[in-house]
Design a protein around this ligand. Structure first.
Ligand code: ADP
Ligand code: MG
Length: 323
């Protein structure tokens, strides 16, 4: 199968919402009047972002989902995406489920594939998404205000626990593989909070999606906004399996674990009912976990309501590829 047959068979679909989709030198996209384009790129590399033996359908789904999460964090509505793919070989038994998972996510969030690039090389997937958001409504990291509530969608720590289990399954000589389907689902098929992002338009101040751990990502908001934050450990929502972990592992999963793709946002206290209503309409729980403070830095109140010390916090900050 040559390059162009591969592209035609697995990745070209007729354009629906854009003026011109894949197959020509450029796709052509006209945003609706009054809207700006929100654009974001994420790259997934074998060995770094996913295991070589991961289910290709899940990988296709996740590759797009993590990009859609960035649109959600901007309150943008998905429109289109491009796909740059490096493949070691044109393996149809891999490409078929990969493209099926990819389009499953694309259809669910109404985002169309409008072009890309395909080359031979070590497996790498880079997607750029394009979304629309009314000018002036896009959520940013630098817009938090002192005394805002801090909110989180869904639950934290599930993906980190799944990753720890999957890693142990592959490295240690464990007698048998452990697989907890509901957790693996969080790691391999995260659900981007696109609907919630749309419902929160105009209600919130700052927002970010949690891909590198709550502490690290919240710090992006506090630093950009030049405020601080206090969050309460006892308020943090987490799956049952994470709640049962020993304290240090639980903290690691919930405060530092990445890959949950939940939304962390700040809003005026007067918006509490409106925020809860937005979550209900979007079908996702939203939990108030703390507040923005005039004092810089992030404080975490432990279960006993006393702040965790600096050494404990330092050990829990977010993931950094070059850290
Ligand atoms: P060019 O050489 O003009 O850059 P290519 O030969 O790389 O074009 O690609 C041919 C067409 O196929 C282009 O329209 C491109 O957007 C599309 N395409 C290539 N790879 C992909 C892919 N992985 N997914 C979707 N469309 C793709
Ligand atoms: Mg090209």
């Amino acid at each position: 199968m040559n390059e162009f047959a591969l592209i035609r068979q697995f990745f070209l679909r007729p354009a629906k919402r854009v003026m011109q989709g894949g197959g020509d030198d450029c796709a052509l996209v006209l945003p609706r009047a009054g809207q700006v384009l929100a654009i974001s790129t994420d790259m997934l590399l074998e060995g770094r972002h996913f295991f070589a033996d991961v289910d290709p359908a899940a990988l296709g789904f996740k590759a797009l989902a993590v990009n859609l999460s960035d649109l959600a964090a901007t309150c943008a509505e998905p429109l289109a995406f491009t796909l740059a793919l490096a493949l070691p070989e044109a393996n149809e038994r891999w490409l078929q489920p990969f493209s099926q998972g990819l389009f499953e996510c694309a259809e669910r969030f109404d985002c169309e594939l409008i072009g890309g690039d395909t080359t031979r090389g070590p497996l790498a997937i880079s997607i750029t998404v394009f979304g629309e958001v009314p000018s002036g409504v896009a959520a940013r990291r630098d817009a938090a205000r002192a005394h805002d509530d801090i909110w989180i969608s869904g639950e934290l720590g599930g993906a980190a626990l799944a990753l720890a289990i999957e890693t142990a399954n592959r490295t240690a000589d464990v007698p048998h593989r452990v697989r907890i389907a509901s957790l693996v689902e969080r790691l391999e098929r995260p659900v981007p909070r696109v609907g919630l992002g749309l419902e929160l338009r105009g209600l919130i101040h700052a927002m970010i999606d949690v891909s590198d751990g709550l502490l690290g990502d919240l710090r992006h908001i506090t630093e950009a906004s030049k405020w601080g934050a206090t969050i309460s450990e006892s308020e943090l929502p987490m799956p049952e399996q994470v709640r049962k972990l020993p304290l240090l592992q639980r903290r690691r999963a919930v405060l530092r674990g990445g890959d949950d793709y939940e939304l962390c946002f700040t809003a005026d206290r007067g918006q509490r009912e409106a925020v809860i209503g937005a979550g209900a309409r979007a079908g996702v729980a939203v939990t108030r976990i703390g507040e923005v403070t005039p004092l810089e830095g992030i404080r975490v109140l432990g279960i006993d309501n006393r702040p965790l010390d600096d050494a404990t916090l330092a050990a829990l900050s977010g993931f950094d590829h070059f850290g």
